[in-house]
Ligand binder design. Structure first.
Ligand code: SF4
Length: 310
């Protein structure tokens, strides 16, 4: 089992995607209320070599020697990838080894105000940053940022990145009723989108429990209302979880193994990850499908969210 690579996983946006995770679980500059991976344990903006470059390199070499090429290599996982100061080096290494495989980076975008981070991301083919708020109050409530992250600088960083970067930018906005699903915030977000000028805007909402109680996902109609009221051409609603099953790399053996474990006793994502030897991000994708099919249900307890048969 690899420590820094996972999948290839059926990604709803990138096909069959090999994940590269460059930070330990949950090192992040945000602590979003809706985070599927759990609470941020190290809330920071410090850029260091969180995982050793050499070991990541060894795993990448091993993977490509022993597996067919994936559609994409995606930097994502259980924290914020731009916090790893060797991100640019890892991307350069993959490009050298496999120049034809496109690279995507899923980032919360908060570090794009740093010129060096923007420079490192030039090596990616697609960058998917997120932005869930455009005013300080809502930003603080929904994303609970590390000290020093200011919403105006954050948006400025996204605007600067757009000007410098030649690849595709798909901006993800997570819509959460009770937080950013509110007339004024949506108006301000629209203004920010126009200034940032991404290739597309992807509206997402809650599939699974977040880190606080009583979150509600936005309904299809609410998301469609946003698309209509914004009147922008490049806004799309990301496909729902069940479509994952249509992706070729969806592994029914993985699904069965997860159901089998949950049938024996309620499990957290970490329990499933440790026992099945799968990365938390990979487990998450299967739980999305199982929950949407009403095969499992989440229950919040002291140690986190447990899954049990529905
Ligand atoms: S930015 Fe991503 S990883 Fe970090 S807390 Fe938010 S959802 Fe979780």
């Amino acid at each position: 089992m690899y420590k820094y690579l996972f999948g290839p996983v059926p990604s709803r946006r990138l096909g069959m995607s090999l994940g590269v995770d460059l930070v330990p679980k949950k090192v992040c500059s945000l602590n979003c209320v809706y985070c599927e991976v759990g609470k941020t344990t190290k809330l920071t903006t410090e850029r260091i070599e969180y995982v050793p470059f050499k070991r990541v390199k060894d795993e990448i070499i091993h993977f490509f020697r022993n597996n067919p090429d994936p559609d994409f290599v995606t930097f994502s996982g259980s924290g914020e990838p731009t916090l790893n100061i060797r991100l640019g080096d890892v991307m350069d290494f993959i490009k050298e080894l496999k120049p034809d495989i496109p690279i995507a980076v899923l980032t919360n975008g908060t570090l794009l105000s740093d010129r060096q981070v923007r420079k490192e991301l030039q090596g990616a083919d697609i960058v998917l940053p997120s932005l869930d708020a455009a005013t300080r109050g809502v930003f603080t409530r929904i994303n609970r940022p590390a000290p020093g992250i200011d919403i105006d600088n954050y948006i400025r960083g996204l605007i600067d990145f757009r000007k410098e970067y030649k690849g595709k930018i798909h901006l993800e906005i997570f819509v959460l009723p009770g937080y950013n699903y509110e007339r004024n915030e949506l108006k301000e977000l629209r203004k920010a989108i126009i200034r940032i000028n991404p290739d597309s805007v992807q509206l997402n909402t809650l599939d699974r429990p977040g880190t606080v109680d009583n979150l509600r996902s936005a309904g299809r109609e609410e998301l469609e209302e946003i698309v209509e009221s914004w009147g922008l051409v490049n806004v799309e609603i990301i496909a729902a979880a069940p479509k994952r099953k249509e992706v070729q790399s969806y592994r029914h053996d993985a699904e069965e193994a997860i159901i089998g474990m949950i049938a024996r006793r309620p499990c957290t994502i970490d329990d499933l990850s440790e026992t099945l030897g799968m990365h938390v991000s990979e487990i998450n994708k299967y739980l999305d499908v199982l929950e949407s099919e009403n095969k499992i249900q989440p229950v919040r307890q002291d140690r986190g969210v447990f899954y049990k048969p529905a």
